[in-house]
Ligand binder design. Structure first.
Ligand SMILES: [Zn+2]
Length: 675
């Protein structure tokens, strides 16, 4: 589970289902964690609690046992304390040193390969499964009730999923596994998570604030920032087996008047690893519209295949569902969702359900679903969803579109609005271009031809284009592109020469962005990333593929100028973090800079590494390498470990381990070999 990534958009809405008391009642359990009770406090002195690489030293003060229902689940301490956290994971050393200072204001002390972070604290709320809690029955510590209440209020601003969801999963499905969540109140507050169940890692998380935001809830929120994340009992470089796969998504979305919608969803879940009774999903509690108003998603019901209600708890962008019994066989769940979440950005005539979790879904490593969708929108809106068109029809006031996508994908999206549509069949691929507000025949024709030309170029060395229909949809904004399956969202400068390539705000030309987004159908969908650490597999590979299009269209000098931009950008950011951990970058006083550095690493340094490899081995071997990745890992998750192995195979057995060690896992910049 990627706590901080999930967390950046959290709301505090909460809904409960208390039906079906005979099944695993995750709703009642979550309720008991939401309303914990505190025993009388005991005086403590010189007490030490060790979990993973963390030690909490309760130097002196009072502590009381915390119960959820009738079970002791942790303790609350107040007084003088100190934590000592160590990381011995050399892959993260550079970024831990950087973020420890930026986020916690602490210098991580280096000794050998170990970095140590120490901090004093005044309060500690520790929730655990299977971590022994010291005996606190001696008394003499008075009551901590008031302080405990204040602590909970304070930490309710933390935008992380409810800790109860991890603790409940441990209690119901993995009772022998150790888990812990600790809220640490200090000059710089932090949360420590020991998760042997989902992320299989331990994390030290600090917080940043965005007090300038007009919305009061967001202005007072604590946004998580990872200081350290160490794998537990696994290599940090390998694919993490998910608890389950989302294998099929079947939904009907009905857009009502204005911005109301109902979503009726049936999901096919395939459990992995052990039989489980509880299943956790990411699901947005709300979306924020462009006026800063919160639009909630109300989860009305969760039912099993027989139509029986199953208990669930939904809060802070996380949903946990309890089945009647443990299962390792595939099963279906049915969700009903309603709300006014189809907001119109800046009051424009469209809405979008994008790549965020608008339906219940696992993390990237479990998103592997085919899609059947029916989308009903009031005329004159037209809706678009990925996949083959089963039917477009009118039903009363509604325009209806039904789609089917029979390849396993991530990132299902839907968009609808006032669009002009033109469709062209180029041999085996139908390219549909949708222009915002009006029909723009000239741009449509041009973009359709350009897309097809690029697809044909990619097919010659990446293999057949993966989808029979491809939607290119104008987004009524400036400066970005996005590539959901079988889809390109691209902003208006692609459709209008007035906003065209001379626009200096966006340094890269529209052709390059267009080529990048098309390449994502290969790098991102055919071959997938299983975690945020592997994002260069989508971004750097799409970027480099696009540069080969540019070389073909514009010649060597345009390609060379892309290379020098990448090198210059990467040089700036390389020392801060290795590529795989760049998504962790957070700089409280300058998040814009942090985002830029992240981009310079994942896109620019990543693409530059590929350019160096290309120059080293020559075009023939390099294109074989790209084609082999597409062939061997088609509709699979790819890891960088496998990338190095494939490169080795293609280059006559030469060991590429050291190359990736220095430039990908490490912070060095490679040098371009002379031609
Ligand atoms: Zn991209």
């Amino acid at each position: 589970m990627r706590w901080p990534l999930i967390a950046s958009l959290l709301a505090f809405g909460c809904s409960l289902s208390l039906h079906a008391s005979d099944s695993a009642n995750v709703a009642a359990l979550a309720e008991s964690y939401d309303h914990p009770s505190l025993a009388p406090a005991a005086r403590v002195e010189g007490l030490s609690i060790g979990i993973g690489h963390m030690t909490f030293e309760l130097t002196s003060g009072s502590a009381a046992a915390v119960s959820a229902g009738n079970q002791i689940v942790g303790l609350f301490f107040r007084g003088t304390g100190r934590y000592v956290y160590e990381t011995a994971d050399t892959d993260e050393a550079t970024i831990v040193a950087f973020e420890s200072k930026k986020i916690l204001g602490k210098t991580a002390e280096k000794q050998g390969d170990t970095l140590t972070i120490r901090s004093d604290f005044t309060e500690l709320y520790l929730l655990t499964g299977k971590v022994p809690i010291p005996d606190l029955t001696a008394g003499g510590g008075g009551s901590l009730d008031e302080h405990f209440k204040k602590h909970q209020e304070k930490f309710s601003r933390v935008r992380l999923m409810p800790s109860s969801h991890l603790l409940i999963r441990q209690r119901l499905d993995r009772p022998v596994s150790l888990v812990a969540v600790a809220e640490i109140d200090a000059a710089d507050a932090a949360v420590y998570v020991y998760d042997t169940i989902e992320s299989k890692s331990e994390e030290l998380i600090g917080f940043t604030h965005r007090r300038e935001i007009a919305n009061r809830e967001l202005a007072s929120a604590w946004f998580p920032a990872i200081v350290s994340e160490q794998p537990i009992g696994r290599s940090g470089r390998s694919f993490v087996e998910p608890a389950y796969l989302l294998a099929d998504l079947d939904y009907t979305l009905t857009a009502g008047d204005r911005e109301a919608a109902t979503l009726s969803i049936t999901e096919t879940i395939v459990p992995r690893t052990i039989p489980q009774i509880s299943y956790r999903f990411d699901l947005l509690s709300n979306v924020w519209d462009t006026n800063g108003r919160s639009r909630e998603l109300h989860l009305l019901s969760v039912r099993d295949e027989a139509g029986h209600d199953v208990p669930f708890h939904f809060a802070k962008n996380s949903l946990i569902v309890g089945l009647p019994q443990k299962t390792k066989d595939p099963f279906k769940l049915h969700f009903e969702i309603a709300g006014d979440f189809l907001f119109h950005p800046h009051s424009d005539s469209f809405w979008e359900l994008g790549t965020e979790a608008w339906f219940p879904q696992p993390d990237l490593n479990g998103q592997y679903y085919t899609i059947h969708s029916i989308v009903k929108v009031k005329q004159p809106y037209t809706a678009f969803a990925p996949g083959d068109t089963v039917a477009r029809r009118q039903e009363g006031d509604y325009n209806v579109v039904e789609n089917r996508l029979d390849k396993p994908v991530q990132f299902a999206v839907v968009l609808a609005g006032k669009y002009g549509v033109s469709e062209e069949k180029h041999e085996d691929i139908t390219i549909r271009v949708a222009t915002y507000a009006s029909q723009n025949d000239h741009a449509m024709k041009q973009l359709s031809n350009l897309a097809y030309k690029m697809i044909k170029f990619y097919e010659s060395w990446l293999g057949p284009f993966p989808f029979k229909e491809f939607n290119i949809i104008e987004i009524h904004e400036l400066g970005f592109g996005q590539a959901p399956p079988a889809t390109m969202f691209i902003t208006k400068e692609a459709f209008n020469p007035l906003y065209g390539e001379d626009n200096q705000i966006f340094s890269k030309g529209i052709n390059e962005r267009f080529a990048h987004e098309i390449a994502h159908q290969y790098w991102g969908h055919v071959v997938k990333m299983g975690s945020a650490e592997e994002q260069w597999i989508t971004e750097a590979f799409a970027e480099y593929s696009a540069s080969l299009v540019i070389k073909r269209l514009r010649g060597q000098s345009s390609y060379d100028s892309l290379l020098s931009t990448w090198r210059a950008n990467a040089n700036d950011a390389a020392r801060i973090s290795p590529i795989p951990l760049a998504n962790r970058l957070s700089v409280p006083e300058d998040q814009g800079r942090a985002f830029l550095d992240r981009t310079f690493l994942i896109y620019d340094k990543g693409a530059y590494i590929l350019a160096v490899l290309n120059r080293q081995v020559g075009d023939t071997k390099f294109l074989t390498f790209m084609r082999s990745l597409q062939g061997m890992f088609a509709w699979k998750y790819l890891t960088t470990i496998d990338i190095a192995k494939v490169m080795q195979k293609v280059d006559d057995g030469k060991d590429y381990g050291p190359f990736f060690e220095r430039y990908y896992w490490g912070t060095e910049m490679p040098t371009m070999p002379k031609n």
